[in-house]
Write a protein that binds this ligand. Structure first.
Ligand SMILES: [Zn+2]
Length: 212
């Protein structure tokens, strides 16, 4: 009883997630237009590492997930499968927005289900330097460890300018991003990789054509 009641009041503070956190999560699988694609979340340990480092949760939560996964392999396998399913649903939603196509009800449904199970954002807490959402620590589930990702997906769908949601123009890359540039004409994930590669590619073909 004692531990149950203590657990009930145990809380943690989650900072407001970055606007593009959901897209960072989507892009944990990249070179989506290539064979093979590049998967960074290869197992639950990799997911735990991402959650603690980039996932918008307090760092120790990633370690808690890793420890919990070691102690509960079947549950961990289910959590991992759902986390990937959610990533792909979020991916589909934003790719549809980027392409100005209707979103699939099934993808909205998966996101809604997870949002309903994620801790609700109904209380603020103040850390030394900033505000955050005060949420119960609760059980380790896919919606709880992905809460900042889910919130950011919902917020971006609600408030983000759909015209600024893009996919890299490199067909092999298909990185999903939010164009925050002033001109709003960004086509590539980063100019250092795909943009330059495309330029080099065009240059190569121009030179080849000139040689003929
Ligand atoms: Zn790219």
């Amino acid at each position: 009883m004692k531990s149950a009641s203590r657990q009930a009041i145990e809380t943690m503070t989650i900072p407001a997630p970055a606007e593009m956190l959901c897209l960072d999560y989507v892009n944990t699988l990249y070179w989506r237009g290539s064979q093979p694609q590049t998967e960074t979340l290869t197992d639950i340990e990799a997911l735990a590492g991402w959650v603690g480092k980039d996932g918008g949760l307090p760092q120790e939560r990633g370690q808690e997930l890793a420890d919990w996964a070691k102690a509960n392999p079947p549950k961990a396998a289910k959590l991992f499968a759902r986390a990937i399913l959610l990533r792909e649903a979020i991916h589909n939603l934003f790719v549809a927005r980027a392409g100005d196509r209707p979103v699939a009800d099934a993808d909205v449904g998966l996101l809604n289900e997870a949002l309903a199970e994620a801790p609700s954002r109904d209380a603020l807490s103040k850390t030394r330097t900033q505000f955050g959402w005060k949420v119960p620590r609760g059980d380790i589930t896919a919606p709880s460890i992905l809460a900042p990702v889910l919130w950011s997906a919902a917020d971006l769908l609600l408030k983000g300018d759909p015209a600024r949601i893009r996919q890299c123009a490199n067909e092999k890359c298909r990185w999903v991003f939010l164009d925050v540039s002033k001109a709003g004409a960004r086509r590539w994930c980063t100019m250092n990789s795909c943009g330059n590669r495309a330029k080099a590619h065009r240059h190569y073909h121009k030179v080849k054509a000139a040689e003929k």
